[in-house]
Design a protein around this ligand. Structure first.
Ligand SMILES: *[C@@H]1O[C@H](CO)[C@@H](O)[C@H](O)[C@H]1NC(C)=O
Ligand SMILES: *[C@@H]1O[C@H](CO)[C@@H](O)[C@H](O)[C@H]1NC(C)=O
Ligand SMILES: *[C@@H]1O[C@H](CO)[C@@H](O)[C@H](O)[C@H]1NC(C)=O
Length: 476
């Protein structure tokens, strides 16, 4: 036996003699988890060499640009089933100087909830997905890893005349959606999803579990629209307020090509969509379409959701917007939960259970929210398609909000700017921060300053604590 192998066997021998926790604790990140969680660490913490790791990692990558093998995965994936596991993650990542990313539904447009240039641990909340709708005592709770579909389904199981004003896409995770505001098709009447949050349970960087009273009103304000984990906490549960919906709602769809006057209709729509009765949400999608003669054209598709029956809806739309030519044949009455299926792109009449399927694709004062979308399947198209979207975004500059141009935090865009990885500054972060939050950015940064002064929770666009900003903060 050569000297080296004898050393190795001695080491191995020692390895077996020492209690696991003694040897591993403080040595490796994984050891820290074993130390914190004991035997349950095996079910909760997943290393890259396990099958579960890759299926879990891929499960909610919604933007396939990040599904390629060049995307480097996390060091470990933690799939908590209770708050203890999140606390362990914070303790171990702090100890080992490792970044964390927190993913609920994985819809972050820039993939920031599951990618990072630095080594990181992914906390995937998808198993923390229970929803309890207790209408009797009026305190529904949804865990951060639940999807909107799971919330809608649970509500519909209890009542056909209650709803929750949140987004369309049923696979979006509650955690990111609510903490970023939560735009949806009942917001004209009921506000954003974040306006309908009564309480939340979060874990701060010091692993304290805090609810609304314990955290105080400023942090509670910040976590309803400020972008969740970005400002320094992990929220794992939300208490939500349900809103009344009628037994029957009405959906109307009508599409016109440019040749049929779509341009004038879109122009008129801009003037009436925010003026019409708040029970009606009227949106338009503008996209390329085939004209009848094999030429390409532009089609504007209008869709209304009305919290009324068709008889009440049609005259109101007709009154404001006679040019649209809306007729009874364009409208369908249905229950609120069926309207969720329709907006999610699922066939109406499907059993509502399809809302539970996670595997299918995918601030106040603003009158309109524009989403610029481009899709492709062939990765060779990336450059051309990205160029097109950037061109469109630039082209729209004169027509949208200014000083600053607004942007919805839940449709993040790294084109707006990124933190310097070495020396991030508040002044720089203001450039995109104020696009997302306007004047509230300053207040959010103050909250962040207070609850996560060391900037443990961070990403490419996070608001930096004022401590790293020098005097600039005080003179603006
Ligand atoms: C969390 O789950 C673990 C098992 O993984 C269990 O031992 C522990 O008691 C649970 N903690 C709470 C607060 O429910
Ligand atoms: C136009 O028609 C062609 C041929 O049917 C089809 O491949 C293409 O996807 C259509 N384009 C649009 C924008 O609908
Ligand atoms: C809608 O109006 C028509 C004609 O006035 C009437 O026959 C019908 O019963 C009404 N439907 C509802 C659901 O009120």
């Amino acid at each position: 036996m050569n000297p080296l192998s004898s050393i190795i066997s001695t080491l191995l021998f020692l390895f077996f003699l020492l209690p696991c926790s003694l040897l591993l604790a403080d040595e490796t990140l994984q050891g820290c988890f074993q130390d914190q969680l004991g035997s349950s660490s095996q079910e909760i913490v997943h290393t890259p060499n396990t099958d579960f790791y890759s299926s879990l990692f891929q499960l909610s990558i919604r933007n396939l640009r990040f599904a390629s093998s060049s995307t480097s995965g996390p060091l470990l994936i933690v799939a908590p089933t209770n708050e203890t596991h999140i606390q362990a993650s914070i303790i171990c990542c702090k100890k080992h100087g490792t970044q964390v990313r927190v993913r609920s539904g994985g819809h972050d447009f820039e993939g920031l909830s599951y990618t990072s240039a630095d080594p990181f641990v992914l906390i995937d909340l998808s198993r923390l997905n229970s929803v309890s709708i207790d209408i009797e005592d009026g305190t529904p709770w949804a865990q951060a890893g639940a999807t909107l579909g799971e919330v809608y389904y649970s509500i519909a199981e209890e009542s056909s005349t209650l709803g929750f004003p949140a987004g369309y896409c049923h696979t979006v995770g509650v955690g990111g959606h609510l903490s970023g505001g939560g735009v949806g098709n009942m917001m004209r009447k009921y506000g954003l999803a974040a306006d309908n949050i009564l309480d939340a349970k979060m874990i701060d960087v010091n692993v304290r579990i805090l609810d609304r009273i314990a955290m105080g009103e400023y942090p509670f304000w910040a976590l309803r629209g400020g972008g969740g984990s970005s400002f320094g906490v992990i929220i794992f549960s939300w208490k939500i307020k349900l809103v009344p919906v009628p037994n029957t709602v009405t959906i109307c769809n009508i599409a016109k090509n440019r040749e049929e006057g779509a341009t004038d209709l879109v122009y008129k729509w801009q003037n009436i969509a925010s003026q019409i009765h708040e029970n009606i949400y009227l949106a338009v999608t503008i996209q390329a379409a085939n004209a009848t003669d094999d030429q390409m054209t532009i089609r504007a598709s209008f869709r209304a959701l009305a919290l009324w029956g068709a008889n009440e809806t049609l005259p109101v739309i007709h009154n404001h917007f006679p040019e649209l030519g809306l007729e009874p044949k364009h409208c369908t009455e249905m229950g609120w939960i069926q309207s969720r299926l329709l907006y999610a792109g699922l066939p109406v009449g499907s059993p509502t259970k399809v809302l539970l399927d996670r595997s299918s694709p995918s601030g106040k004062g603003f009158l309109y929210n524009i989403q610029y979308l481009s899709g492709w399947q062939d990765s060779g198209e990336v450059k051309r398609k990205m160029r097109w979207v950037r061109k469109l975004y630039k082209y729209m500059t004169p027509y949208v909000s200014k000083f600053p141009r607004g942007q919805y935090i839940n449709t993040k865009d790294l084109d707006l700017g990124k933190n310097d990885p070495v020396k991030p500054s508040y002044t720089e972060a203001r450039v995109w921060g104020e696009k997302y939050f306007g004047a509230n950015f300053r207040r959010l940064a103050l909250v962040k300053d207070k609850i996560d002064p060391e900037n443990f929770f961070r990403n490419e666009q996070i608001k930096h604590p004022t401590s790293s900003t020098g005097s600039v903060w005080y003179c603006c």
